[in-house]
Design a protein around this ligand. Sequence first.
Ligand SMILES: CC(C)(COP(=O)(O)OP(=O)(O)OC[C@H]1O[C@@H](n2cnc3c(N)ncnc32)[C@H](O)[C@@H]1OP(=O)(O)O)[C@@H](O)C(=O)NCCC(=O)NCCS
Length: 205
Amino acid sequence: MNVVWLTSVAKGVARDVRDGALALAHLHRARGDHPGALIARDVRVRGRLDRLRLGTGVAVFGPSTLSVEDGGGLTGSALQIGEGTYVGEFANIRTAGAPIRIGRGCLLAQGVTIVGSNHGTGADRPIVEQEWHGDGVEIGDDVWLGAGVTVLPGARIGDGCVVAAHAVVRGRIEPLTIVGGVPARPLGRRSRDADEASAPVPVHP
Ligand SMILES: CC(C)(COP(=O)(O)OP(=O)(O)OC[C@H]1O[C@@H](n2cnc3c(N)ncnc32)[C@H](O)[C@@H]1OP(=O)(O)O)[C@@H](O)C(=O)NCCC(=O)NCCS
């Protein structure tokens, strides 16, 4: 029993060291490929670095994960983050075989999760054995995602939207809408009128 336990611990340590070395190599390469972006040294970068595009002035704070990995039968991974977009600590952005596009000048607060695809959930096989499906995520320019927001596969968030803290976003959100809750529903709209700029205009269903 002890030998089995020691062997599995040794394998785990070896894997951890290998993953750590790979993550560091990926980080160095991503930094080299995107000299105009700031990627903190505790950001874990994984997968298809040839499909990672970070605009000038992008800042990704750590610890965070940027994963551009294919899998589950999907091969469309690509991650694009537009100029001047800020990604706060504890971000978890995973293409999972599908494209994720985040626009320019966005503010992603701490603890945001964005995922490009889902596992299949049929009852005939264990979930881990099922194909993935999903067509990625699109987030427009000037979008603010509050702390702890989750953006689900297939979400399309228009320019200028605000997503309240801890919301779970699915489907399409029209530009300039303020949304919140699980699943996220409209709470109001941003006004283009400077006098109303600090207050959301309520939505009347
Ligand atoms: C969305 C947000 C900007 C709205 O702020 P606000 O204009 O002051 O809004 P209010 O507090 O007046 O709330 C307006 C309505 O939205 C609702 N609401 C606000 N935040 C919500 C949330 N996180 N989830 C669900 N509903 C929310 C309120 O209950 C209220 O509803 P009501 O009119 O039915 O009573 C703010 O609530 C928020 O979530 N900010 C994110 C902060 C953050 O994560 N910062 C991290 C650092 S960048």
